[in-house]
Ligand binder design. Structure first.
Ligand SMILES: Nc1ncnc2c1ncn2[C@@H]1O[C@H](COP(=O)(O)OP(=O)(O)OP(=O)(O)O)[C@@H](O)[C@H]1O
Ligand SMILES: [Mg+2]
Length: 136
């Protein structure tokens, strides 16, 4: 399904629609260019899942884990060229018992659990973004 969002708020609203279909154990990959709104999308989904505090991109760690109505994880693999077996050891707990959003999933290659949705975001001028939602 293809959407065009005209604001960060609209992106969050579209994300909340996806969130309604998710349960612990589900993985959602969120890909797209720099600044295309991946973290904004994840924030909207987190809000819909009952996460109340700040939702920001993980920078000093590979991920965040939040508690909402369910547990929610947010991974950002931007820094990874590829994920080594040792690094997988650090990542696996984020998937365990949580809805897990993964920004920059390309680095994880085949090691990533099969996602429930693939989200692709792109710039479409100024505050417009394309959001493609692919159920898997
Ligand atoms: N329609 C829109 N949807 C989402 N973000 C938008 C939109 N219009 C403007 N923005 C702005 O674009 C920026 C998107 O930042 P965000 O961190 O969500 O992107 P990102 O894809 O996660 O970036 P990165 O590649 O650095 O991880 C924010 O400053 C946001 O306010
Ligand atoms: Mg981001």
């Amino acid at each position: 399904m293809e959407h065009v969002s005209s604001s960060p708020e609209e992106t969050e609203r579209i994300a909340s629609g996806v969130a309604a279909e998710l349960r612990p154990g589900d993985v959602v990959t969120v890909s797209g260019e720099l600044g295309s709104g991946k973290t904004t999308f994840v924030r909207g989904a987190c809000r819909a899942l009952g996460v109340e505090g700040p939702v920001t991109s993980p920078t000093f760690t590979v991920g965040h884990r939040y508690r909402g109505h369910v547990d929610v994880s947010h991974l950002d693999l931007y820094r990874f060229e590829a994920v080594s077996p040792a690094e997988w050891g650090d990542l696996e707990p984020y998937f365990d018992g949580a809805v897990c959003f993964v920004e920059w999933p390309e680095a994880a290659g085949a090691g990533l659990p099969d996602p429930r949705f693939r989200v692709h975001m792109g710039h479409a001028g100024k505050d417009r973004r394309t959001i493609s939602l692919e159920p898997c």
